[in-house]
Design a protein around this ligand. Sequence first.
Ligand code: SF4
Length: 342
Amino acid sequence: MSFLSSLLSGPARADDRLSVSLMLTYSCQLKCGYCQVLQRGSRITKKVIDGAVSFLGRSAKKKLELKFFGGEPLLEFELLKYAVTQAQRRLGAKKDLQYCLVTNGIGLDAAKIAYFKGLPSQVVFSFDGGAATHAAFRSGPGGNSHYKDISANLRLLAASGAYFFVNVVVSPENLRALRRNLEHIAGLGVKRIQLCYNGAAFWSGPDIMRLVRTLSAFRKSPAGKKVSFLNSSGDSEPVALKTDLIVDTDGLVYMDGAMFMEKRFPGGRRHFFIGEAAGLGRPEDVYADRREHLRRWRKVCACAEEKKVFLSSLKTGAALGLLFRGPGKQTAPARAADRRIF
Ligand code: SF4
């Protein structure tokens, strides 16, 4: 199996829960160094939420997910609750609904944790490890990383029994601290981690090897044995070919790479545009598989530097696929891949 065909293979989407993300707001208390979301200041409206819930509900699938994204979605908690109320009222009786919150954790207090625990839901908590890493990579205006509050809220979440996992972002610049950061996270009682490599950075061959070796050593350590990595499940790698749909604050629907990589790849919004939620049919009719994502990424990458960064992200994903899912399901990155992808 070639590098490219191994990236495009994976479990059939037909068995998955169909997921639509809602961009609730572009505002956020933080200004993470690796953040690729352009913080525009706009937020969603009830009318757009109604249209997005209708769009999700037009799916023929029984199992559906409504995911709350930002920016920081908890800054619009009242609108988030409105979306849940509407989805429950209109779809709750006929669909198997699940919710997902992706949060920086600053506003996740006991009351909000109880709210999500009362729903069929999962919380994705963004947390990169120790205070020094947060100060360097996840600070807000004035250098405030809110670290004390965030780590206290993570402890609260871990003790609550709510279903959650931690999303850890690693960049080539902080690879040295990764082992220490993962041990720190495991020490807070976290049992599930999604390792997210910075897709806007260039990953050299030695960087990828170092990432793989660090993860491999951590997984064999006493702390690592208590943690499972979501990277090992389903079609999670490579992240660049993730096939989710997202409804923007203005009601326009995109493949989600459009906005989560927008600073580094400004062409994404144009090439990943699908249409207006209100005017579209079923989500599965506009859903695009990995092959189609790759075809559009070829258009998005407008210069040699963008191609180089994107390709290094695919290679990193392939290497993690090999690490987490084992040989035979992924092949190691190959130089020939450069020519086949671009
Ligand atoms: S990465 Fe997330 S938490 Fe950080 S600035 Fe961007 S939206 Fe905010």
